[in-house]
Design a protein around this ligand. Structure first.
Ligand SMILES: NC(=O)C1=CN([C@@H]2O[C@H](COP(=O)(O)OP(=O)(O)OC[C@H]3O[C@@H](n4cnc5c(N)ncnc54)[C@H](OP(=O)(O)O)[C@@H]3O)[C@@H](O)[C@H]2O)C=CC1
Ligand SMILES: CC(=O)C(=O)O
Ligand SMILES: [Mg+2]
Length: 771
C-alpha cells in the first residue's frame, strides 16, 4: 500500500514498516481516533436511571449550588483537565490549525490517562487571537479542574496564559513552556554536573525564541543561570540589542550587546545547545567549536535540530538529548505534565506556581540519580539505566515519576498556600499513587502488612542468579518482608548485583547456597537418595541431581528446616519442578492432590482461576478439594471467596460427563464447606453476572459476582487464564501451588521481579500462618 492509499483508507493493512503509514493505520483502526468516554457508574435499570439522571441528579446539583467545592465530590471535575489548542504551533509543524492539531491533543489526553490516571477532554478552538482564546478558555472553568494549554505559538501564548492565570481559579499551565522548561532544567542540571560544570558559568545557546525556548531560559535563570551567558536565536538569527525585526517584550529580555548575527558565531565555546525550533538547524561543523563535554539538546519534534548519530560523530564527548522516544535521553514534556497536574489536582491547587515547578525539577533530576530499580529496568526494556551521559533523565515509562513528582508538587502547593485541600497524610497519598502504579498493590497490601509484621521467614530461591530474583531480594530485604536464600554461584551473583546497581551483598545481607560447593551437600545427597532410591535413581545420579538441580536443593533445604518457603520456576517446565517438590516436600496431610490457583488483577478487580497448572482432568472429589483450598488461600488476601463451578452446562442444562462431574463436586463442597458461598455448575457469564444467573436460578446460593472460577479441566482453566489475562491486560499473581506440606511456588518463566516479590510475600504469610 502506498501512503496515498493509506490516506484515502483504501486498505486497512499497512504493508511496510513505514512510520507514517503505520501511524495512519494506528489512528484509523479499529475505530477512528484514540479516545472514548466511559461511564463510571452502573446504568442498568430504572433505579440507576433515576439516580444518574432526573430526578436523582437534582440532589448533587443543589449541593453544588450551595457549596461549589462540593463539585469535587459529586462530579468528575477534580480529575478532569482540558487540553486546549488553537493549532498555531503544533509540534514543529507550525500553524496547521486547530482541526489538524486534534491527533496531538488526543495523544496528550491518552498520556494524561495512561501515566497519571487523569481524564481529559481535548478542546481544539478556532481562536487565533489572544482575546478570543482568553474568552473561550476562561468560560470553561466550571467544567475542569485544570487547563493545559498546548501548541499555541509565541508570543500570543505568553499573553493568553498571563490573562487566564489572572482570571481563573484553577491551574492554567502552558505545557510547551513550563512542562518543557521543567524537564530541560532537570536535564541541564544533571548534564552539567556530569561535565563538572556549574549553571552559573555555563554558556547556553538556543535555537528558537518561542514558547518553549523562552520558558526554559526563564526557569534556568531562576535556577542560577546568568542572563549575559545566554544567546538566543530565531528565524532571524541572534536576538541582539537594537534588533527591530520580529522582536517582542519576552524575547528582548535576552538581547545580547553583540555584533554576532548567526548561530555559527555564538555557539563557539558554548556548554549547552538548546534547540526548540526546527529540524536540521544545527550543523555538525558548528559543534566543533563548542566547549568540552557539550550538552546538546536538540528537542524540535518530530525531527530534531541535529540527529544524534551526526552529533555524536562530530563530537564524541557530547551528551545528546532529543524529544524522540527512539534515542536515549528523551527530553519531552511528557515526563512532567501528567505528574505536575496529578499533584496539583490531588490537593485542589488554585494554580501551578514557581514553587511547584521547582519541586518538579528537583524530583526529576534526583530520580535519574537514584539507584536503579526493577521498574526502571522494565521501563528500559530490561537494560539497567545508570546515571550518566546516556541516562541524564528518566524514561517516560519510568513509573517512579508519578511517585516522586506528584507528592513533591502537592507538598510545594500546600507549603506555598495554594492548595485548597492540602494532603494531610503524605504516606497514605504515596500509597495511593503506588496502587495506581502497581495495580497489584491494593490486593497485595494485607499480605505485605502481615509479612512485615511476622517473625522473619527464610525464603529460598532456586533461580538465585536470575536478575528478577536479585531485584526481588533487594526489595524483600529493604521492606523487611523475608530473609532470602539464593541458590547460585557466589561470583556470578556478586557480578550481577554490581551490574544492576543493587546494594545488597551476599553473606552480609543474605545467604547463598552454592550448588558447586557446599559442605552440607553430603547430607543432602544422603537425604535425597533416601527419598528417591526406590524410585529408580541410583546413588551416582542422586549426587549429580543434588549438585545441578536447584529446585531439588531448595526443596531439601525446606525439608531439613533450613528454609521456610521455596520459590522456583523462573526457568524450566512446571511439571519438572512439581515432581521435585512432590517427592521432597510432599503434600499436606489429608490432601489428595496438588492444584494451582491464579489471581488476575484487572481494571475490574481481582478474579481467581483454578486449577490452572496441575491436574489435566480432575475428578469431582479433587475439584471440591481444590475449591476449598483455593477459598482458604483467597481469605489470606482479605477477600471473601465466592466460588462458581463453571461448565458448558448451566444449572443442569446438559447431561455430559463433565457437567455431572461439576454437579457432584458442588454437592461435596456444600457438604464439606457449608460456609463457603459457592454454586454451580453454571456458564461463565452466569458466574460473573448476577442478573443472568438469577434469570435461570433465582435462588442460587451465590450472590453478586463470583471471584473464584473453578474449571472442569486444565485445558479450560489454562486457556481462560491466558485469554482473559491478555484481553484485559491483567496482572497475574501466581500460580499459587495449593496442597504442599510447606509453602512452595512454581512461578512461570514470564514472571516479573514484582511478581517474584508478590509470591515470596505470599509464601512468607503461608509459612507464618499455616492454617
Ligand atoms: N521536546 C519537547 O518536549 C518539546 C519540543 N518542542 C518543540 O520545540 C519547537 C518549538 O515549539 P514552540 O516553542 O512551542 O513553538 P513556537 O512557535 O512558539 O516557537 C518556535 C521558535 O522556533 C523558531 N524557529 C523556527 N524555525 C527556525 C529556524 N529554522 N531557525 C531558527 N529558529 C527557528 C521560531 O522563530 P520565529 O518566531 O522567528 O519564526 C520560534 O522562535 C517545536 O519543534 C516543538 O515540537 C516544544 C515543546 C516541547
Ligand atoms: C512535546 C510537545 O509538546 C511538542 O513538541 O510540542
Ligand atoms: Mg506541545
Amino acid at each position: 500500500m502506498t501512503s496515498k492509499d493509506a490516506k484515502r483508507g483504501s486498505d486497512p493493512k499497512p504493508s511496510s514498516g513505514d512510520l507514517d503509514e503505520n501511524a495512519l493505520f494506528y489512528h484509523r483502526y479499529p475505530r477512528p481516533g484514540k479516545l472514548e468516554i466511559q461511564a463510571t457508574k452502573p446504568l442498568g435499570n430504572q433505579r440507576d436511571l433515576a439516580l444518574a439522571y432526573s430526578p436523582g441528579v437534582a440532589a448533587p446539583c443543589l449541593a453544588i449550588r450551595d457549596n461549589p467545592d462540593a463539585a469535587a465530590a459529586y462530579t468528575s471535575r477534580a480529575n478532569l483537565v482540558a487540553v486546549v489548542s488553537n493549532g498555531t504551533a503544533v509540534l514543529g509543524l507550525g500553524n496547521i490549525g486547530p482541526l489538524a492539531s486534534k491527533p496531538v491533543m488526543e495523544g496528550k489526553a491518552v498520556l494524561f490517562k495512561k501515566f497519571a490516571g487523569i481524564d481529559v477532554f481535548d478542546i481544539e478552538i478556532d481562536a487565533p487571537e489572544v482575546d478570543r482564546m482568553v474568552s473561550v478558555i476562561s468560560a470553561l472553568e466550571p467544567t475542569f479542574g485544570g487547563i493545559n494549554l498546548e501548541d499555541i505559538k509565541a508570543p500570543e501564548c505568553f499573553e493568553v496564559e498571563r490573562q487566564l492565570r489572572a482570571i481563573m481559579e484553577i491551574p492554567v499551565f502552558h505545557d510547551d513552556q513550563h512542562g518543557t522548561a521543567i524537564i530541560v532544567a532537570a536535564g541541564i542540571l544533571n548534564g552539567l554536573e556530569l561535565a563538572g560544570k556549574s549553571l552559573t558559568d555555563a554558556k547556553i545557546v538556543t535555537s528558537g525564541a518561542g514558547a518553549a525556548a523562552l520558558a526554559c531560559l526563564n526557569l534556568l535563570v531562576a535556577l542560577g543561570a546568568k542572563r549575559e551567558n545566554i544567546w538566543v536565536h530565531d528565524i532571524e538569527g541572534l536576538v541582539y540589542e537594537g534588533r527591530e525585526v520580529l522582536m517582542d517584550e519576552w524575547k528582548s529580555i535576552y538581547a545580547q550587546p553583540s555584533d554576532n548575527r548567526v548561530l555559527s558565531q555564538s555557539i563557539e565555546g558554548a556548554d549547552v545547545f538548546l534547540g526548540l525550533s526546527a529540524a536540521g538547524v544545527l550543523k555538525p561543523e558548528m559543534l566543533a567549536t563548542m566547549a568540552e563535554k557539550p550538552l546538546i539538546m536538540a528537542l524540535a519534534n518530530p525531527s530534531p535540530e541535529i540527529m544524534p548519530d551526526e552529533a555524536r560523530e562530530a563530537r564524541p564527548d557530547a551528551m545528546i538529548c532529543t524529544g524522540r522516544s527512539d534515542f536515549p535521553n528523551q527530553v519531552n514534556n511528557v515526563l512532567c505534565f501528567p505528574y505536575i497536574f496529578r499533584g496539583a489536582l490531588d490537593c485542589g491547587a488554585r494554580t501551578i506556581n514557581e514553587e511547584m515547578k521547582m519541586a518538579a525539577v528537583r524530583a526529576i533530576a534526583e530520580l535519574a540519580r537514584e539507584e536503579p530499580s526493577d521498574i526502571a529496568a522494565r521501563a528500559y526494556s530490561g537494560e539497567t539505566p545508570v546515571f550518566g551521559p546516556e541516562y541524564l533523565i528518566p524514561s517516560p515509562f519510568d513509573q517512579r515519576l508519578i511517585l516522586r513528582i506528584a507528592p513533591a508538587v502537592a507538598k510545594a502547593a500546600a507549603d506555598s498556600g495554594v492548595a485548597r485541600r492540602p494532603i494531610s497524610d503524605m504516606e497514605a497519598y504515596v500509597d495511593q499513587l503506588n496502587r495506581f502504579v502497581f495495580r497489584s498493590g491494593l490486593i497485595m497490601k494485607p499480605l505485605f502488612t502481615a509479612a512485615k509484621a511476622a517473625t522473619k521467614k527464610r525464603v529460598v530461591f532456586a533461580e538465585g542468579e536470575d536478575e528478577r530474583v536479585l531485584r526481588a531480594a533487594q526489595v524483600l530485604l529493604e521492606e523487611g518482608i523475608a530473609e532470602p536464600i539464593l541458590i547460585g554461584r557466589p561470583g556470578i551473583i556478586e557480578n550481577r548485583l554490581q551490574r544492576f546497581g543493587l546494594r545488597i551483598r551476599p553473606d552480609v545481607d543474605f545467604q547463598v547456597t552454592n550448588p558447586e560447593d557446599d559442605p552440607r551437600f553430603r547430607d543432602y545427597v544422603d537425604e535425597y537418595f533416601s527419598i528417591v532410591g526406590r524410585l529408580g535413581v541410583i546413588p551416582e545420579a542422586a549426587r549429580t541431581i543434588v549438585r545441578t538441580n536447584a529446585t531439588v536443593i531448595g526443596a531439601l533445604g525446606i525439608r531439613r528446616g533450613e528454609a521456610d518457603a521455596l520459590i522456583c520456576g523462573l526457568e524450566g517446565r512446571y511439571a519438572r519442578h512439581l515432581r521435585d517438590i512432590s517427592q521432597i516436600i510432599g503434600k499436606r496431610d489429608g490432601v489428595a492432590d496438588y492444584s494451582a490457583l491464579s489471581l488476575l488483577i484487572s481494571q475490574r478487580g481481582a478474579t481467581f482461576f483454578t486449577d490452572t497448572y496441575v491436574s489435566l482432568n480432575p475428578c469431582a472429589e479433587e475439584i471440591a478439594e481444590t475449591t476449598i483450598m483455593a477459598a482458604h488461600e483467597i481469605r489470606r488476601f482479605g477477600i471473601t471467596p465466592k466460588a462458581a463451578l463453571v461448565s458448558h452446562s448451566n444449572f443442569g442444562s446438559r447431561d455430559s460427563d463433565s457437567a455431572s462431574k461439576m454437579r457432584k463436586a458442588m454437592q461435596i463442597i456444600h457438604a464439606l464447606a457449608p460456609e463457603l458461598e459457592a454454586d454451580g455448575e453454571m456458564h461463565g457469564d452466569s458466574a460473573i453476572s448476577e442478573a443472568l444467573r438469577k434469570r435461570v436460578m433465582p435462588d442460587s446460593s451465590l450472590s453478586g459476582e463470583a471471584n473464584l472460577l473453578v474449571f472442569p479441566n486444565l485445558d479450560a482453566a489454562n486457556i481462560a487464564l491466558g485469554v482473559v489475562k491478555t484481553m484485559t491486560e491483567a496482572l497475574h499473581v501466581g500460580p499459587i501451588l495449593l496442597g504442599s506440606a510447606m509453602p512452595a511456588h512454581i512461578l512461570s518463566p514470564s514472571v516479573t521481579s514484582r511478581g517474584v516479590v508478590n509470591m515470596a510475600t505470599l509464601s512468607v504469610v503461608e509459612a507464618s500462618f499455616p492454617e
